[in-house]
Write a protein that binds this ligand. Structure first.
Ligand code: ADP
Ligand code: GLC
Length: 506
C-alpha cells in the first residue's frame, strides 16, 4: 500500500511532544511491513536549520494556494529516506516561507502565545497535502491511504471528502483538548467550499473547527489508546465533540490503537544520551545506580554548584529515592496536584525530586519557587532538553505522571522500560499500560507501577507514599522494575492494527 502520513511534527526533525515521537516512528514501522510511505510536514525553519550539512533537498513541485486575501506559493521539497538518521522514509516538506520560516515552536510565538495565523498556516498545509493526496502535483505517486493527525491536518479528510476518486482517509486524534477552533471569518477568507459549512462538517457552534473536520469526515477515526477511545465518547473528555464521537463509534469507525515506542531511541541497552547502558537481564542495578550518579552530579553542575559540592550532594542523595517528572507543564499533566503535595512530601519523606518541563508560565514559576525553597531536595529544569529527558528516565527511581487525562502517554512506557516504575492516574493510555502494584498483582508477578483512581492530591500523595514504602522492600521493588522492563511496547502489533484498518472498506 502507498500511505501518505501527514503531521505537524516528527522526531527527530521537529518535536514539542508525543505526536513527534509517534510520527517519527510509526511510518518507519509501516515501512518495515513493506508499505510505501511518504511523511509530509511543514518546512519549519527549525527543520531546515537542523538538516545535517550536505543534505540535499529536491524540489518536487510548486503550486499556488489561496490564503486569507493572498495567494501563497508552496513548494514541495523532498528529503531522501535515511538522509536524517531515524527517519527511514522519504519526507516531503511543504515550504511556504511566509508561514513556516520563523523562529520558535511550530505552534507558539516566543512569548508562549499561539501564532496569530495558526488557522491559516495549517489550512494552507492541509490544502497542499490534499493536492498531494490527489496526485495533482505531478509527483506520480498516488497514495491509497492518507493518514492525518490532530487538528493541524483535520481539513485534509474534509477536503478529500468532496473528491469523487480519492484515497481512503484516516484521522488520528492525539489529544481532544486541542480543537483547532477558529472564527467563521477564517473559513470565509480561505474560500473553503461552502459544502463543508454544515453541522455534519466543519461548523462547530458557529465556529470553524479543524478538529471536527477530521473527526466527522475521515473514513476512519482512531485515537491512541483503547481506554481513551471510550472516554472521548463522554462529555468530560470530549469538549463538546461527544455527539460526533458517539456517532463515529456507533458506525464502528472509532478505534483506539495504543502507541508504540521507538526502541532505537528509547532503549536503555543502546540509548546514546545516558551514561551507562543496562537491561532487565544485564547490569540493571549497577546501571541504574551509575545513571543516577551521573544525573545527580549533572543537575548540581547545571545549577552552577562547585565540583566538590556537586559530589557531596550526589553522595548524599544516591541512596535516597529520586522521583522524576518530565513533561509539558499544563493542567492535563496534573502538575498542579504535584505542586500541592511537594512541600508535604519534602517534609515527611526522604525523597528527592527532579522536574524537567516547559509549558504554562504560572506552573514554571511555581516549580522554580519550590526548587529555590528546597534547593537540597528539588532540581528543576524549566525548558526543553531531550538529553535530560532520557537521563531522568534512566537515573530516577520512579517516574511521576499524574495526568488528569492522557490519550496515550509515552513517558510512562519509557519509564517502564528504563526500570523506573511510574506513578500514574487511572486514565487513557496510562490505564492501558501500567499494572498497579496491589498485593495481588505483586503476588502474580504482573505489577509494573503505581496507579491512583481519584484525581485528587490525597490519592496522589498516598500512592507516592505507597511507592516509597515498596522502594524499601528491595525484592519486591526489583520484581516490579524487571516486570516493567520486559514489557513489549514496540510498534509491531500497533502498526499491524493500522494496516488492517487501512485495508478495511471505506
Ligand atoms: P504529550 O505528547 O502529551 O506531551 P507524551 O508522554 O505522549 O505526552 O510525550 C511527551 C514526549 O515529549 C516525550 O518524548 C517526552 O520525553 C517529551 N518531553 C516533554 N517535555 C519535555 C521537556 N521539557 N524536555 C524534553 N522532552 C520533553
Ligand atoms: C498527545 C497526548 C499523549 C500522546 C501523544 C502521542 O500529545 O497528550 O497522551 O501520547 O499525543 O499520541
Amino acid at each position: 500500500m502507498k500511505i501518505l502520513f501527514a503531521t505537524s511534527e516528527a522526531h527527530p526533525l521537529i518535536k514539542t511532544g508525543g505526536l513527534a515521537d509517534v510520527s517519527g516512528s510509526l511510518p518507519n514501522a509501516l515501512a518495515v511491513l513493506k508499505h510505501k510511505i511518504r511523511l509530509v510536514l511543514p518546512a519549519y525553519r527549525a527543520i531546515m536549520d537542523k538538516l545535517p550539512p550536505g543534505v540535499m533537498l529536491k524540489k518536487m513541485a510548486e503550486i499556488s494556494v489561496q490564503g486569507c486575501g493572498r495567494e501563497f506559493t508552496a513548494k514541495v521539497l523532498q528529503l531522501k529516506a535515511g538522509a536524517v538518521p531515524g527517519i527511514d522514509v522519504p519526507v516531503w516538506l511543504v515550504s511556504i516561507p511566509d508561514l513556516f520560516d520563523r523562529a520558535g515552536n511550530p505552534y507558539l510565538a516566543a512569548d508562549g502565545s499561539d501564532w496569530w495565523d495558526n488557522g491559516e498556516r495549517f489550512a494552507m498545509f492541509s490544502k497542499v497535502v490534499t493536492e498531494l493526496a490527489m496526485n495533482r502535483l505531478g509527483l506520480k505517486w498516488q497514495p491509497d491511504v492518507v493518514h492525518t493527525n490532530d487538528w493541524q491536518t483535520g481539513l485534509v479528510p474534509a477536503l478529500l471528502s468532496l473528491e469523487a476518486q480519492r484515497p481512503k482517509t484516516v484521522f488520528t486524534v492525539h489529544n481532544m483538548a486541542y480543537p483547532g477552533n477558529f472564527p467563521r471569518s477564517l473559513f470565509e477568507q480561505l474560500k473553503l467550499p461552502w459544502a463543508l459549512w454544515e453541522s455534519e462538517g466543519v461548523e462547530f457552534w458557529g465556529h470553524f473547527s479543524m478538529l471536527k473536520a477530521g473527526l466527522i469526515k475521515a473514513d476512519q477515526v482512531t485515537t491512541v489508546s483503547p481506554t481513551y477511545a471510550k472516554e472521548i465518547c463522554y462529555p468530560e473528555f470530549a469538549y463538546g465533540f461527544e455527539g460526533v464521537l458517539q456517532k463515529r463509534q456507533a458506525e464502528g469507525r472509532l478505534v483506539g490503537i495504543i502507541n508504540g515506542i521507538d526502541k532505537t531511541v528509547w532503549n536503555p541497552e543502546r540509548d546514546a544520551l545516558i551514561a551507562v547502558h543496562y537491561s532487565a537481564q544485564k547490569g540493571r542495578l549497577a546501571g541504574k545506580r551509575a545513571n543516577k550518579k551521573s544525573l545527580l552530579s549533572d543537575l548540581c553542575r547545571l545549577r552552577g554548584e562547585t565540583e566538590k559540592r556537586s559530589n557531596d550532594r550526589m553522595l548524599d542523595c544516591l541512596d535516597k529515592p529520586l522521583i522524576g517528572l518530565v513533561g509539558r507543564l499544563v493542567e492535563q499533566k496534573g502538575i498542579d496536584l504535584v505542586l500541592e503535595i511537594l512541600p508535604e512530601l519534602i517534609e515527611q519523606t526522604h525523597a528527592n525530586f527532579v522536574i524537567v518541563g516547559a509549558g504554562d508560565k504560572v506552573y514554571e514559576v511555581q516549580v522554580k519557587a519550590l526548587a529555590q525553597k528546597y534547593p537540597n531536595r528539588i532540581w528543576a529544569f524549566m525548558g526543553y532538553s531531550e538529553s535530560l529527558a532520557h537521563r531522568v528516565e534512566a537515573g530516577a527511581d520512579m517516574f511521576l505522571m499524574p495526568s488528569r487525562f492522557e490519550p496515550c502517554g509515552l513517558n510512562q512506557m519509557y519509564s517502564l522500560v528504563y526500570g523506573t516504575p511510574p506513578i500514574v492516574f487511572h486514565t487513557g493510555g496510562l490505564a492501558d499500560t501500567v499494572v498497579n502494584a496491589t498485593e495481588e498483582h505483586i503476588k502474580q508477578g504482573v505489577a509494573t507501577g503505581f496507579v491512583f483512581y481519584d484525581p485528587s492530591r490525597q490519592a496522589l500523595k498516598s500512592t507516592v507514599l505507597h511507592a516509597l514504602h515498596l522502594f524499601t522492600k528491595k525484592g519486591i521493588w526489583q520484581t516490579i522494575q524487571k516486570t516493567g522492563m520486559v514489557q513489549n511496547f514496540g510498534w509491531e502489533a500497533s502498526a499491524k492494527q493500522y494496516v488492517e484498518l487501512y485495508l478495511e472498506k471505506r
